[in-house]
Write a protein that binds this ligand. Structure first.
Ligand code: MGP
Length: 283
């Protein structure tokens, strides 16, 4: 697949849909369509989604809270330790744009980059960013994020796109909201992260290392696996921030904030009583 930093908009395709009424909506998306204003509050302003994107898009209140938390982390350096402050954020699975738009809306980042390999989904994201008035703040890359990361780590990527993609890995934080392999995670009390499809959590983590990165995972993900997986990304006396993001009293996802570096053993901490630190109810 060719690497393209977009200087303009991809055309909307027949897959970039906006459903006005319930009877237009495929049965397996009905539940999400009924939550459409929690997903995008400006849904009625012609928000576009592919049918696949409905399953994985981050609801706006959650995306907004994560964006605020990442902006805060980048200034307090609780995530970045003594490494340079982060000024660029890359959303590696941009999807229909929920998280990327939220990052842009913070007005915190010098660069917000959204990567998406499916052209129709990316066209939706670009269109949705226009609806939210932030398209001028986002650089879109039409590419596979693993290929992007391999090039990014090697440092050789950007000559061709120096103007559009002027970013330094040292001041970049990565965000991944990957596909989880459908909704079967709900069948398990504790979700085995090695079973995530098509990419295991370990594979995602390895692709991002050694850069600071954030993983958006199923709410029931196995914390022991998280701790083990991250054992080389934090020192013994550090704790990882692992946050349950909630709406209407129920968790939507578990988010793991992984610091830069890869040295010794980490402790995955999930405080269950402290509103500020772990259990955040968005509504
Ligand atoms: P859900 O699995 O439909 O559970 O999505 P929900 O809404 O609690 O439904 P219920 O039937 O359990 O009440 C929960 C959230 O998980 C969604 O809002 C998405 O943000 C996120 N999500 C779900 N899936 C299947 C994916 C996925 O494949 N990838 C990503 N990144 N997020 C997902």
């Amino acid at each position: 697949m060719a690497f393209t930093v977009l200087d303009g908009k991809l055309p909307l395709t027949e897959k970039c849909l906006h459903y006005d009424t319930a009877n237009e909506v495929p049965w397996d998306i009905q539940k999400y369509w009924h939550q459409r204003y929690s997903i995008f509050q400006y849904y009625d302003y012609d928000i576009r989604m592919t049918d696949d994107a409905w399953f994985g898009v981050t609801p706006e209140p959650v995306a907004t809270k994560i964006a605020a938390d990442l902006a805060k982390f980048s200034t307090t350096q609780s995530l970045t330790k003594s490494t340079p402050k982060k000024t660029t954020i890359i959303d590696l699975f941009a999807g229909a744009g929920g998280n990327t738009i939220a990052f842009a809306l913070t007005n915190h980042w010098t660069h917000v980059i959204g990567i998406e390999k499916d052209a129709s989904t990316l066209a939706c994201a670009q269109h949705n960013a226009e609806v939210y008035g932030v398209s001028h703040l986002i650089t879109w890359v039409h590419w596979d994020c693993f290929e992007f990361l391999a090039e990014f780590h090697s440092g050789g990527l950007f000559d061709e796109y120096a103007e559009l993609l002027d970013v330094d890995p040292k001041t970049t934080t990565l965000f991944m909201s990957p596909p989880w392999g459908g909704v079967s995670y709900r069948d398990h009390e504790v979700f085995d992260l090695s079973q995530m499809q098509p990419y295991s959590a370990q594979q995602l983590h390895e692709a991002c290392r050694p850069l600071e990165h954030t993983l958006f995972l199923p709410r029931s993900s196995d914390l022991n696996q998280v701790a083990k997986m991250m054992s080389s990304s934090a020192t013994d006396d550090e704790k990882l921030d692992v946050v349950q993001y909630c709406m209407e009293g129920a968790s939507k996802a578990m988010v793991v904030y992984v610091p830069e570096d890869s040295t010794s053993t980490a402790t995955a901490a999930q405080d269950d009583g402290d509103e500020d630190e772990s259990q955040r109810d968005e509504n």
